[in-house]
Design a protein around this ligand. Structure first.
Ligand SMILES: Cc1cc2nc3c(=O)[nH]c(=O)nc-3n(C[C@H](O)[C@H](O)[C@H](O)COP(=O)(O)OP(=O)(O)OC[C@H]3O[C@@H](n4cnc5c(N)ncnc54)[C@H](O)[C@@H]3O)c2cc1C
Length: 393
């Protein structure tokens, strides 16, 4: 009998396993793929705050980042930078593998190629049904953690509901001449409702990708052709991988003896789609909750419910404001986006934002609210009768 059975060996599952195993708990991790970290569905950009708080990435860091260029549909450019390192680009597969090795080093047991089909949550424990290598097996534990990422059906099967808004992304690795700055393209025709990126990683390689409400695959192929014609990448031909992100939290992220963390719980920034930091922050709360549960003979349902209360206190406001801003952005036309670039550049807002402590890689509500205050006098340009966030935050 295990203390905890963790489903999914991604960033959050490995972290939960590592921390619980370090505290002496018996942990089983079940991962459906044969290799941890593969396939990669991530650009690997992690804020400096995340690395400072979770110093687990060092071996996987490819580059430091302190600036990025944002491009409007008509090609206007805004450069954002700070003197200090703001983010790191990591080899995401190497990061997941290293974290899994740490967990194994602390005694966590990993079963790869093991897809969890079902979970039974009972009064005195959990039973997890696994299919792998043609066999079915049941594992028993005191509690389970669903860390199975985007699109997992396990929470729905348990009656925890489903994420009601999501977006699909597409990404490809390409060759480039030299590793410049990260480029972000804000253009509704390139990435409908979202944005596209070119992230130089290492050794003349870059990741080009986008999130889009419409046809991410076709959109990415068009972007690759356009970047090739502009001489930014060496070839428009590349293998495309797909992955999604939740834009809203799961309606319920706990049951007695079960917690849901990471993408499966919808703990992702709706502004950028970055999920590693928020997932790890919530995984930390999950570990603390389970530690309390294992320390008492009869853990109360209230204890498991406190997990959701605590993670919402930590990131709930960011998710709400970020989602509203995202919906607002989706209503803008390319002309509006160009107008916003103009306003930000011409009114000194750009300089003010660069100096403002509100400009943070991981926490966006401050900059969203500051930006909207500055845009308020021009709201007629966008057809807004009132500030769209007023009364909602
Ligand atoms: C194109 C793209 C780019 C992104 N770029 C970034 C970025 O630059 N920075 C950032 O912070 N975030 C980024 N993200 C988001 C980030 O990848 C996720 O937020 C993060 O991976 C979530 O971690 P997780 O542990 O919750 O889930 P995952 O990393 O998805 O791990 C879930 C694991 O569970 C396994 N699994 C699923 N179902 C089962 C099952 N039934 N049984 C057993 N195992 C199962 C999966 O195989 C997987 O290994 C990006 C996402 C996409 C799609």
């Amino acid at each position: 009998m295990y203390h905890a059975i963790v489903i999914g060996a991604g960033a959050t599952g490995n972290y939960v396993a590592y921390r619980l195993a370090s505290q002496g708990y018996k942990v089983l991790v079940l991962e459906e793929h044969e290799q941890v970290g593969e396939p990669v569905r991530c650009a690997g950009i992690i804020g400096a705050e995340c690395l400072n708080r979770f110093p687990l990435f060092e071996g996987a860091v490819l580059r430091e980042v302190n600036s990025a260029k944002l491009f409007s549909p008509s090609g206007r450019e805004l450069r954002v930078w700070k003197d200090s390192v703001q983010a790191y680009i990591v080899d995401r597969a190497a990061f997941d593998r290293a974290l899994a090795e740490r967990a194994q080093g602390q005694g966590a047991h990993y079963l790869l190629g093991s897809r969890v089909q079902d979970i039974a949550v009972l009064d005195d424990g959990v039973k997890v049904e696994v299919e792998g290598q043609g066999r079915e097996k049941i594992f028993e534990g005191e509690a389970a953690v669903i860390a199975s990422g985007f699109g997992s059906t396990l929470p729905l099967k348990l009656g925890l509901g489903r994420v009601d808004d999501l977006v699909v992304g597409a990404q490809a690795e390409v060759s480039i001449d030299d590793g410049g700055e990260i480029e972000v393209y804000l253009d509704q025709e390139v990435a409908s409702g979202f944005y596209a990126w070119l992230v130089p990683t290492c050794e003349n390689k870059a990741l080009v990708g986008l999130f889009s409400r419409q046809n991410p695959g076709d959109s990415l192929r068009n972007l690759l052709s356009s970047l090739f014609l502009r001489g930014k990448i060496a070839s428009p031909d590349a293998d495309i991988t797909y992955g999604g992100i939740p834009l809203r939290p799961l309606p319920q992220t706990y049951m007695k003896r079960l917690l849901v963390v990471g993408d499966a719980a919808g703990q992702v920034k709706p502004t950028t789609g970055g999920g590693i930091y928020y997932g790890l922050l919530c995984a930390e709360i999950a570990v603390d909750t389970l530690h309390q549960a294992f320390s008492t003979n009869k853990p109360s349902p209230k204890l498991f419910a406190s997990y959701e209360k605590r993670w919402k206190q930590r990131i709930g406001r960011e998710l709400r404001i970020g989602y509203l801003a995202r919906r607002l952005y989706e209503r803008l036309s390319n002309r509006h986006i160009d107008q916003i670039f103009d306003i930000v550049e011409s009114r000194g807002i750009h300089e003010a934002l660069l100096k403002s402590p509100a400009l943070s890689f991981d926490w966006h509500s401050g900059v969203i609210l500051t930006g909207l205050r500055h845009l308020d006098p021009w709201r007629h340009l966008f057809g807004w009768r009132k500030n769209p966030l007023r009364g909602k935050v």
